[in-house]
Design a protein around this ligand. Sequence first.
Ligand code: SF4
Ligand code: SF4
Length: 180
Amino acid sequence: MKDSAFLKEMEEASKEQISSCYQCYRCTIGCPVVSRMDLKPHMVIRYIILGEREKVLSSKTIWTCLQCITCSVRCPNDIDIAHVFDTARKLSIKEEMASNRDTWLFDSLFLESVKKHGRLNEIEAILKYKLAKKDLFSDTKMGMDMFLKGRIGIMPHNIKDRKGMGRIFENLKEGTGRDR
Ligand code: SF4
Ligand code: SF4
């Protein structure tokens, strides 16, 4: 069922002029993970314009997106498509339509760690993720390999001005109303 208010809602939440899209496909052509998406990026934008709320918010695409912003940079109408997708993710979580909550969970834990330490503490973020998923052992071999190659450290490498990092997050929240 079409939702005529969806476009306005998404434009207000993302502060992007989604309606200016003229379907040139440049976003889709430049996307490195388009083959893994169920809807191509230009289609998501089109569906938002058409008010296809459920199709967009339950799509795999918004969760497959790497937030690399290649599409945003390529868009001739300056639509920050990556940000539109991030906005759609928040709405899909809120409305319990998300096709993939794992990405959201990992993303939140990643940023929580950066806020706390100034950079990612891999062990802490991974353990929290595995505990939340109640799946401690499925990636043990890969984890050990990464540890032995020095890709995962045990101790956090905190930056000096961690309070400053906390202030950056607070300022972002105040300026954008976004909690991340
Ligand atoms: S690049 Fe921009 S104008 Fe072109 S299809 Fe994608 S969103 Fe629309
Ligand atoms: S930000 Fe997302 S949709 Fe855009 S090019 Fe990167 S992966 Fe593709």
